[in-house]
Design a protein. Structure first.
Length: 508
């Protein structure tokens, strides 16, 4: 039997991903060696441990865009969150429904507390980590006031720096951070004309909250492309047959990479097998309609629903396909990031209905081709488009998607990545973020070698995996990390045991 030596692990970032990681570590520990003592320390200066800013207590208009089941912290037990909701006064949100983010945040908090109770030791350090250094047998972490050593460290910072292309932060009546909605929407005159930068899910949340408040003024969503989130199709019971990780790996076996044509061929084979329309997916990837026009099409297009539902199921193996895609085709596919974001982060059908209702009443508009935003002499915000149209607003919010516009690197990650890069312990990915091993999420050093003690997950790995903002994808990665950590621990223990046994036999 293995000894019960403690395994010390640090997690930098204490949001929802950290909760999934705690659960995965416990699950892997119980499967590999239940005698291992897990000693976990989480570092995060956030005022909202476990739920982060997006899942902090807020108004009910801030809802998830994923079905409740997809928000389970256990990758092996999707119904875990359903059981939590069914045991609460909010059972109606269980299953294929969309729950308020604040409630899901409460689930994250409760799950974290339960997971912590199953660890041998735990600490939450509300400090910012400044330095991470990899040694032979440990990883050193430093904050402004202390230093620590751990067997393994997981980088799990989530939010990127706030993107401010028009330099509006600090301006009166400009809100750079919409969440919590309960705070950002205080004191708004119901007759004000509101401008919202961005057309993603945050913009939808803001719009729905204004609608709930009975806002009478004009609401305008503005962006360069005017691409609203797609409308999530109904759940589809279907298992992928062709677009699978095994088939993707088989294609890459001989030449180490795959081509964009390989990916397209697999996707089309999958659609053909399911009897879905190829053209429906092509129309999504090369849209000719934008804004409210595209939203109306999505709301009424039944023919494309099966193709889109299958495409959503492809998101998980798509991470592997992107990872193995050759660099030239990656550069070409990266130009479609805004399309991927629209399709990967859809809105619910009810949200689409509500948005169109606002538009039909003349209170909502979506504008594309945004070029600049300034303030005039009357303190109005003036937005100008590429076709020289101007729009004036009394108040403006930023809802620009960090995944599509920002670097994806947390402010507290800057010094960490700089240090790891200078020491050669990590290499930056050509398409942003940090480079990691596909199967274990171990950070790759300057020479492309996986670090056995340092891992990264979430927005830190946006270049490696391209699509990283689905929670069901994040929890899968935490499972890979936990398995790798426990396997590494067991292998080291076995080597030490073998060495001790050999040393004892030789003198005899």
């Amino acid at each position: 039997m293995h000894d019960a030596a403690a395994l010390s692990i640090a997690v930098i970032g204490g949001g929802p991903t950290a909760v999934a990681l705690l659960e995965s570590l416990i699950h892997s520990r119980d499967a590999v060696d239940s005698d291992v003592r897990l000693d976990v320390t989480v570092f995060d200066p956030s005022p909202h441990p476990w739920c982060g800013q997006n899942f902090a207590p807020d108004r009910p208009e801030a809802v998830t865009n994923a079905y409740t089941t997809d928000m389970s912290v256990r990758h092996w037990e999707p119904a875990h969150i359903d059981a939590w909701f069914e045991a609460s006064p909010n059972a109606k949100f269980a299953g294929c429904n969309f729950a308020p983010r604040g409630l899901v945040g409460k689930y994250f908090e409760d799950s974290a507390r339960q997971a912590v109770s199953r660890l041998s030791a735990f600490a939450f350090v509300s400090e910012q980590v400044t330095t991470v250094r990899v040694a032979d047998n440990s990883v050193r972490i430093e904050t402004k006031t202390s230093s620590h050593s751990f067997d393994h460290v997981v980088l799990a910072m989530w939010r990127g720096e706030k993107f401010d292309p028009y330099r509006l932060i600090g301006q009166a009546k400009f809100c750079a951070e919409p969440y919590p909605l309960a705070q950002s929407l205080k004191g708004i005159d119901p007759d004000e004309d509101i401008g919202i930068l961005g057309c993603g899910l945050t913009a939808i949340d803001l719009t729905m909250a204004l609608k709930a408040d009975g806002h009478r003024g004009r609401i305008t969503l503005l962006s360069r492309r005017g691409l609203l989130p797609a409308v999530r199709p109904s759940p589809l019971k279907y298992e992928l047959q062709h677009f699978t990780v095994a088939n993707i790996e088989r294609l890459a076996a001989d030449r180490a990479t795959i081509s964009l044509q390989d990916v397209v061929d697999l996707i089309f084979r999958e659609l053909d097998h399911a009897g879905a329309s190829r053209q429906a997916l092509v129309d999504e990837l090369f849209p000719t309609r934008y804004g409210l026009d595209r939203l109306r099409r999505h709301s009424n297009n039944e023919d494309g629903q099966i193709a889109y539902a299958i495409a959503i199921k492809m998101l998980s193996p798509l991470q592997d396909a992107w990872y193995l895609l050759n660099p030239a085709d990656k550069a070409a596919a990266a130009e479609f990031r805004h399309i991927f974001n629209s399709l990967c982060c859809p809105m619910s059908k009810q949200r689409a209905i509500d948005m169109l209702e606002l538009a039909d009443s003349g209170r909502l508009n979506v504008v594309r081709g945004l070029q600049s935003v300034t303030k005039d002499s009357h303190e109005h915000f003036v937005a100008t488009t590429t076709d020289n149209q101007s729009y004036r607003f009394d108040r403006m919010f930023s809802a620009i998607s960090e995944a599509s516009e920002a670097s994806g690197v947390h402010p507290m990650a800057g010094s960490i990545l700089d240090g790891l890069g200078k020491s050669g312990d990590a290499r930056m990915h050509a398409f942003s973020g940090i480079d990691v091993d596909r199967n274990t999420s171990r950070v790759l050093d300057t020479y492309g070698r996986p670090q056995s003690r340092l891992y990264a997950v979430g927005m830190m790995t946006i270049g490696a995996f391209h699509v990283v903002n689905g929670y069901f994808l994040l929890r899968r990665r935490t499972g890979d990390i936990a398995d790798a950590i426990l396997k590494h621990h067991r292998e080291r223990h076995d080597r030490r045991s073998s060495h001790r046994a050999g040393a004892a036999i030789e003198p005899a």
